[in-house]
Design a binder for this molecule. Sequence first.
Ligand SMILES: NC(=O)c1ccc[n+]([C@@H]2O[C@H](COP(=O)([O-])OP(=O)(O)OC[C@H]3O[C@@H](n4cnc5c(N)ncnc54)[C@H](OP(=O)(O)O)[C@@H]3O)[C@@H](O)[C@H]2O)c1
Length: 294
Amino acid sequence: MALQKPIPTILVTGSGGQLGSEIKVASKNFPSYHFLFVSREDLPIENDQSVRKFFEENQIDYCINCAAYTAVDKAESEKEKAFLINADAVGNLAKICSEYQTKLIHISTDYVYDGTVSVPLKEENAVGPVNVYGLSKLKGEELAIANDASALIIRTSWVYSSFGKNFVKTMLHLFREKEEINVINDQIGSPTYAADLALVIMKIIGEIQQGQSFSGIVNYSNAGATNWYEFAKEIKSLVNSKCKINPIPTSSYPTPAKRPLYSLLDTSKIRKLLQLEIPLWQDSLKKCIDILEA
Ligand SMILES: NC(=O)c1ccc[n+]([C@@H]2O[C@H](COP(=O)([O-])OP(=O)(O)OC[C@H]3O[C@@H](n4cnc5c(N)ncnc54)[C@H](OP(=O)(O)O)[C@@H]3O)[C@@H](O)[C@H]2O)c1
């Protein structure tokens, strides 16, 4: 009798966040995989011993690392914590993944770029983070690759979801509370609906299962380009809000962390690798708003 192939097991760390929650939703459509979802409480990734024990006790084929310190402004005053979670812990996770032949899919950010180039950013473009969060994420990328040459890093930008905290939900709250708000109009990028990214990650895993190899860095965001003011206006029109939105420059809205003025990702590499048509950010935003409004 032919031996049955074991069902691949996918570990999702930081599963309580936006992306982790969307992978959980998507997992319902992938019954051919076994998923292990672990939140920060279940498995704090900076705890090397717990992570190692977890890998000893579970046979894991893929590890999607959604765990991260994502408080961009707070990171300026919590540098050690940001580096512990976004860099050191990622390096250790990569080392363990390499030892256990687990494919690591790690998520990084557009904030590794410095924002001075104003054509869509390719994976090989120069990096130069302008804030502590970006520096810690860049160090995480470097440690992931140094400890596990087969690691795959997905850089993404402006992530939102119906889960967790994000710009879309903040705007919806402000539209209910305020008659008028100011939103920055000189930072260019593209929003990423975490539900779309979750499906792309599952597509990558599917391709790896079919024998395609994926490692190094790939960029993913929704298609199109915008700024936070235009993004806010689109949200407003989708919910028919009467709130007045005023465009303001970054210089009028000081924050502890500097942001890159331009961080639009060039996604041609992932589109080619996966034969992928990436949804326009406006279309994905509508899907998310529909869920939030339901
Ligand atoms: N959000 C964005 O706009 C954005 C943009 C570009 C790239 N990214 C990257 O995309 C990935 C997913 O981001 P996201 O938006 O889903 O972030 P998120 O909603 O903040 O989720 C991150 C998750 O990680 C958990 N976490 C924090 N510290 C941890 C630790 N030490 N051990 C285990 N889990 C821990 C958090 O738990 P608690 O909530 O309990 O702390 C949270 O559930 C991250 O790598 C992030 O850097 C995000």
